[in-house]
Write a new protein. Structure first.
Length: 74
């Protein structure tokens, strides 16, 4: 899987800031995002083409979230 470059959107519909994304199955993305204000602000989500996030894993640190994002986007 290759990192997919993007310019827009930088935020999901829920306001979370996208830090990285990979396309999976041709029509969904796996994102690494920062969701300010949450106790576990680092999150990995599957995201559909409408920018709606689902199936989230939440983390305290960016490193934990990044490792999960790598595994989930294989």
């Amino acid at each position: 899987m290759a990192l997919v470059p993007f310019t827009i959107p930088k935020r999901l519909n829920n306001g979370a800031e996208i830090k990285a994304l990979k396309m999976i199955m041709g029509h969904h993305m796996m994102v690494l995002a920062f969701w300010e204000g949450d106790l576990r602000p680092w999150v990995t989500w599957a995201v559909d083409n409408n920018g709606d996030a689902y199936w989230g894993h939440y983390f305290v640190t960016e490193a934990e979230a990044y490792d999960d994002w790598e595994k989930r986007s294989l």
